[in-house]
Write a protein that binds this ligand. Structure first.
Ligand SMILES: [Zn+2]
Length: 784
């Protein structure tokens, strides 16, 4: 048997492009061949209790015979630029080349760094020692306890970690600077490369305040002596929750002059999400990747709860509904969706399930269940769960059991249905006699399917409101219309109303209005509502001053606009012009951020407005407004690519992303081709490449599609192991495939890209939905 908690001694001697490593681990009285995960190494020797051992190594696993004792493996490995495992991120500062070495180990990158048992439920203590070039700072999960300069190198020994999963280990080295703070007795630092740490003041402040809220909410104090927030120059995700050493892409941690309000929110929400993981994920970890969703759903749900407490004026629940809930409902309306709980068999699939189902749907279902059991029982159940499984692993059912015990409600039964079944229900209302017939099916854009869930239903009518648990396919309700189901939009289900105007008229809260709007939009995409009817509903919301309604309605019309400029440009313009005047006349951080979003969408359809933005010097605009300005430069200036590129050369990380977005929208074919090529140049960080997704709505779809297919193998290499490619495909294909459906299908049939299979399936299905809508819009247009 392997010991319950393993202990690894890891020594890594880091150079710029390779390292030498030695790892020892006591395998107790384990009998027979031992198999360690180890990818892409040069295994130099294996010793057992000091004696040389025979071993076999196939590039993925290292097998050693014999029984028990202490194994010591010496190895060598190269350090490349791919964003998984231990990688090197190069950057240029003051004309000089620099680099940072950093790790990204979730889900299975630890085996790319050193031989280990690389599964989440093999928790271990780590005693890490690093030798780095003398000019670099070394960093890991725990504080350094000993630092020695030895010639041109520095030897750093870190304190032993508590038991933790391999994917949470962190190793970093670079010319880091620190911005130090303190929370209670915890050393809190922002760590950044190239002298950027000063820009982390906002993050440092938010971190201290959020830790306090989490400690109170979880009932468990933060458990490590320090917490570093580390900005690295190239990073595949937004951030990664390595215990005590959270890594971020620069734009998710640091602010710069003119960053704008959106950037502050991005920093705060990314940070607060990763802090939730220090408990939910790091202290208590899922048994296996099939419960990854629980980590992500909870961190997502809790981050909004905490942000709402720290920044009440931000109205974060608006963001939750319009992004997490709406976006996941959309993804979940495809037949190719997957259940929240995925049986992960093929490890290549793990990174593909970091999607809006794991984050947004999971978080929304948690919101529904919290409303069902009550906030207090929910919190108490969570406290019990965290205390019982600290420094250990647990599964989702352990949590349902805790919640069931504190709430005395059938949480396990409800949650297992919601978590195991793909999709979500649509409840249909039909007037029958003096009552209402209520029925449920699985909603899908391409046609509903038979299925049932235990649905916590709430409804309000003129006779008052009530709740029930609908478990059967249909039942009668002794109420009459007008009737609004899903009060306050808490339930993760859709409703199909007989009369949409009446449904809007029955709304009691702004969440109700949002909820009906989301349902109407889904009906439009499913072919059950005429575009003219939908547009008439939308036009009634033009003058509403409400963040949630604005975000939702604006997002919907902006998604529809590329399908048919003729059908949607008028509403696109009217809506955003009205909303721009509403938010421009308001004061405060929310208003400026919303005005900028309205401006960005208005600039697409209003040339006069766009030209007025081109005339204003970019640097004098507030950070959020620069998106609209970059877009306007692309659409309405002469020689747009040259202008954007020249500004790009002079800009910081935040502005560069905005300028890249602008480049994707250039209309002149020749300039667009140059812009697309620019994305491949070394001037564009690989992490920012995802901006190319916006090019899918460019009317020159043929050029974008050609670029995409020509560079597909390159994109695969760049995004290898990160899970970004499937998300990129699912965002681009629904638009870029319009008008070339067969060609696109054939392309994906012919290439074999199993690492993107889920994104390909959902992208092609959404393309079918959009193509059908586009056809029906054309038919309706020709009837007019
Ligand atoms: Zn997360």
């Amino acid at each position: 048997m392997l010991p319950n908690t393993l202990a690894y001694d890891v020594f890594l001697e880091l150079y710029k492009d390779h390292y030498l490593g030695k790892v020892s681990v006591d395998i107790g009285d384990e009998v027979g061949r031992v198999r360690l995960d180890a990818v892409g190494m040069d295994v130099l020797s294996v010793r057992r209790d000091g004696k040389e051992q025979a071993f076999s190594y196939d590039g993925k696993h290292l097998e050693v015979g014999g029984n028990g004792g202490s194994l010591e493996v010496s190895f060598k490995r190269h350090i490349g630029n791919s964003l998984m495992g231990l990688y090197r991120a190069d950057y240029i500062e003051d004309g000089k080349e620099h680099y940072v070495l950093s790790t990204q180990l979730e889900p299975n990158g630890a085996r790319m760094v050193f031989p280990c048992f690389d599964v989440p439920n093999r928790k271990a203590r780590f005693r890490l020692k690093l030798r780095v070039p003398a000019g670099l700072e070394a960093i890991s999960n725990m504080p350094a306890v000993d630092v020695r300069e030895e010639g041109s190198t520095k030897l750093v020994t870190f304190a032993e970690t508590p038991p933790m999963s391999t994917y949470l280990l962190y190793v970093g080295a670079g010319d880091f600077t620190y911005l130090k703070g303190r929370y209670r007795d915890v050393d809190l630092s922002v760590v950044a490369y190239g002298g950027r740490a000063e820009r982390g003041a906002f993050a440092l402040d938010v971190a201290a305040r959020a830790l306090e809220v989490y400690e109170e909410y979880f009932g468990v104090p933060y458990m490590l002596p320090k917490l570093d927030l580390i900005a690295v120059p190239e990073f595949a995700m937004g951030a990664m929750e390595n215990w005590g050493a959270i890594t971020f892409r620069e734009q998710s941690l640091l602010l710069e002059e003119g960053s704008g309000e959106a950037a502050r929110r991005r920093v705060a929400s990314t940070l607060v999400h990763e802090l939730a993981h220090q408990w939910f994920g790091d202290l208590v970890t899922m048994n296996w990747w099939d419960d990854l969703w629980l980590n992500e759903s909870f961190a997502t749900f809790l981050s909004y709860k905490v942000l709402d407490r720290l920044f009440p004026s931000w109205d974060m629940w608006s963001d939750f509904l319009s992004s997490e809930t709406s976006e996941s409902l959309a993804e979940d309306s495809l037949r190719s969706t997957h259940p929240i709980h995925v049986n992960v068999v093929d490890e290549d699939e793990i990174e593909q399930i970091f999607d809006s189902i794991s984050y947004g749907k999971g978080a929304s279902v948690l919101r529904m269940i919290e409303a069902y059991v009550g906030e207090d029982a929910f919190k108490r159940g969570l406290n019990v769960y965290l205390k019982e499984h600290s420094y250990s692993n647990a599964s989702a059912s352990d949590l349902w059991n805790s919640l069931e015990a504190t709430s005395k409600k059938p949480v396990s039964k409800i949650m297992s249905a919601w978590v195991e079944r793909p999709g979500h229900p649509v409840l249909e209302i039909r007037s029958e006699g003096s009552g209402i017939a209520l029925s449920q099916r699985r909603f899908s854009y391409l046609g509903d399917l038979a299925a049932t869930w235990p649905v916590p239903v709430s409804y309000c009518s003129s006779g008052g409101s009530a709740e029930l648990l609908l478990e059967e396919p249909s039942r009668e309700l002794p109420v009459s219309r007008p009737l609004k189901l899903n009060c306050d939009g808490v339930g993760y289900y859709r409703v199909s109303y007989e009369n949409w105007d009446e449904a809007f008229g029955s709304c009691k809260t702004r969440n109700d209005v949002w909820n009906v709007l989301v349902d109407a939009y889904a009906r439009l995409l499913a072919g059950g509502l005429e575009a003219s009817q939908y547009l008439s509903l939308l036009s009634k919301l033009r003058l509403k001053k409400d963040q949630l309604i604005f975000l939702e309605a604006s997002g919907q019309i902006a998604s529809l606009y590329p399908l048919s400029h003729s059908a949607f440009s008028s509403e696109m313009k009217e809506f955003h012009s009205a909303q721009l005047s509403i938010w421009s006349s308001e004061k405060g951080e929310n208003a400026s951020f919303l005005a900028a979003l309205a401006a960005r969408r208005l600039a697409l359809v209003d040339a006069d407005f766009g030209r007025s933005l081109v005339e204003r010097p970019f640097g004098t605009l507030d950070g959020d407004m620069r998106y609209a300005a970059a877009l306007s430069l692309a659409l309405y200036s002469d020689d747009p690519f040259e202008r954007l590129r020249e500004m790009y050369a002079r800009s910081g990380a935040d502005d560069r992303v905005k300028l890249l977005y602008g480049m994707t929208q250039i209309r002149s074919r020749e300039a667009l081709e140059r812009a697309l090529q620019f994305f491949k140049s070394s001037d564009v960080r690989r992490q920012d490449l995802v901006q190319i997704a916006s090019a899918s709505t460019n009317p020159n779809g043929d050029l974008v599609w050609n670029w995409f297919t020509d560079n597909f193998q390159w994109l695969r290499e760049v995004f290898q192991g990160s899970g970004i490619l499937p998300r990129l495909i699912s965002r681009m294909v629904p638009y870029i495939g319009l008008g070339r459906e067969d060609q696109v299908k054939r392309f994906f049939q012919e290439i074999q890209a199993p690492e993107a299979s889920m994104g390909i399936r959902s992208g092609l299905e959404m393309l079918e939905v959009y193509s059908r809508l586009k056809l029906s819009l054309a038919a309706a247009g020709s009837r007019l």
